[in-house]
Design a protein around this ligand. Structure first.
Ligand SMILES: [Zn+2]
Ligand SMILES: [Zn+2]
Length: 395
């Protein structure tokens, strides 16, 4: 068992190291599945700690296994590695040196926290019951690197008993932890709708079917059409984010394409949504004499926190930031590919507040001005180290 007093005492100098690492990652961001430099730094760092390192997992991912001196279970701690296609507009000394690419979601901080945690726990392997698997996962932003890591066996050797991950978050001030038992982040899917009519002269529309006016009915009614098929209070959103159609002002349009997203927080409702959309589209198209095609793609599943694992995180939070700074958050409509691991093994995903005390200097995630309060790295490091130690000790 590693006492919390030890974690607290040692995190101070390790979090300075984490800040240095984070700034280096920040200055050299890489997009999903292109994290080659990042992976090299991680692999060398973990090898230096004496961990069993694997590279090239899910193309650019890295795993590092710490075997404790005493037998026990295996806990996985995960950080994502990818940056975003955004031109950074901050004036930080360590701002991105790669045009058009930026760590604008805090994943640079996640990797730095996990390396600091690895360093802390590796120094205490003699007192550790069981193993800690540090997982550095590529391509969280839309590409689903987690799914590929699972396909390549990350949960299998040794078998992972529980998985934990965190996200630095600027809407929560530094010094706060937040999570939620059960469904925490929404499932997210994408869709394309092709609306077909029949073109004709706009002065003589008889016999033509206007795909644009049919689309207008769809845009106005789709959300309600889905809602009517689900129980009252169902937590879902259907959003059309792109519409393209028509060819000239005086031609009745014969084709409109729309693209959008579905988000859902209810496990029972989620599988019904494509069918409900399809039913609404058919009915609406038939009434106008047109037709509709729905291309529905499942994205990230629901991120569901195991209640017992969430208790471990909340207890760690009470030690690290104090019970009054541990927030029981409402579920979020955002999504996360941590969900793939949590479908396979129990675990918990949680938020670590990284907002600056001066709220005016906080920009949203995925914004060119995004920054974090780097003191949050120390909080994240203590959270992961004490969560892992506590899970292994209670096995
Ligand atoms: Zn993001
Ligand atoms: Zn993110």
């Amino acid at each position: 068992m590693i006492p919390y007093a030890v974690i607290e005492a040692e995190s101070e100098c390790l979090s300075e190291e984490a800040i240095r690492l984070r700034r280096d990652f920040h200055a050299h961001p890489e997009l999903g599945f292109q994290e080659h430099r990042t992976a090299g730094i991680i692999a060398r760092y973990c090898a230096g700690l004496g961990l069993e390192v694997k590279t090239g997992v899910a193309r650019t991912g890295v795993t590092a296994l710490l075997r404790g001196a005493l037998p026990g279970r295996t806990v996985m701690l995960r950080a994502d590695m990818d940056a975003l296609p955004i031109q950074e507009l901050t004036d930080a000394d360590y701002r991105s040196t790669t045009p058009g690419v930026m760590h604008a979601c805090g994943h640079d901080g996640h990797m730095a926290i996990l390396l600091g945690t690895a360093s802390l726990l590796a120094a205490h392997r003699h007192a550790l019951r069981g193993n800690v698997l540090f997982v550095f996962q590529p391509a969280e932003e839309n590409l689903g690197g987690a799914r590929l890591m699972i396909e390549e066996g990350v949960l299998g050797n040794p078998a992972v008993d529980a998985a934990f991950g965190l996200h630095l978050i600027s809407i929560l001030p530094r010094g706060y932890i937040g999570t939620c038992r059960g469904p925490f982040m929404a499932a997210m899917d994408t869709f394309t709708i092709r609306v077909r009519g029949r073109s004709g002269h706009s002065a003589m529309p008889d016999g033509s079917v206007d795909a644009i006016s049919l689309s207008a009915r769809i845009i106005a009614g789709l959300g309600e059409g889905v809602r009517q098929g689900l129980p009252p209070g169902s937590r879902h959103l259907v959003n059309i984010g792109m519409v393209r159609g028509g060819s000239a002002p005086n031609i009745v349009a014969d084709l409109v394409e729309m693209e959008g997203t579905v988000r859902c927080l209810d496990e029972q409702d989620h599988p019904k949504i494509p069918e409900l959309m399809d039913g609404f589209l058919r009915k609406t198209a038939q009434a106008c004499g047109g037709s509709c095609e729905l291309i529905y793609e499942h994205g990230y599943p629901l991120t569901v926190n195991d209640p017992a694992m969430t208790e471990i995180v909340m207890a760690a939070g009470s030690l690290v930031v104090g019970a009054d700074h541990v927030m029981d958050l409402p579920p979020s409509m955002a999504s996360e590919d941590m969900s793939f691991y949590l479908q396979e093994v129990p675990g918990c995903f949680f938020f670590v507040g990284a907002g600056h005390p001066d709220a005016a200097s906080n920009a949203p995630h995925h914004n060119p001005q995004f920054t974090i309060d780097e003191k949050a790295l120390d909080v994240g490091l203590k959270m992961l180290a004490s969560t892992a130690a506590s899970f292994l000790n209670t096995g």
